[in-house]
Unconditional design. Sequence first.
Length: 186
Amino acid sequence: MKHNENEDISSILVSEEQIQQITDRLAKQISEDYRDDERQVVLLIILKGSVPFAAELMKKLTIPVQLEFMKVSSYGATTKSSGEIKIHLDIKRDDLKDLDILIIEDIIDTGYTLNRLTTLLKNRNAHSVKTCTLLDKPSRREVDLTPDYTGVRIPDAFVVGFGLDYNENYRTLPYVGILDPKVYSH
């Protein structure tokens, strides 16, 4: 019998309805900010967790965008960031100097991943680099980083769902929930 992942959630932190409201607000703001931009806007989607958020967001944008992907990790099968960033899939474009890149992230906690990616892309001479996150956990920040676009600030809890995982599970939940500690504290 398959395991019901909903049973491992102690509480829902961001509901499906709230996610829709957040993506409506962010898409409107991003579309307005880039409306008169003459350069190509690229959504740089960070795999795997950001895919559901990016999909909802891009459906609502009223500006033309291109998509690129990067795959980076800092967690593995743990609940704490290692502080080390590994790039598993990199963006390969020769026209970075002509691009306005908007990094789409599912969650920012320590800030190491986004800080490193932003610096990397600026060092590669991208015209501009901005950041957009569904969830922001500023209480865990270890680097000086403020996202340009923030969906919602959340408390310091281990969350899963809507792309976020624990050991590759829970990504398909349609909401963001707090994972019951009994699941990961063995």
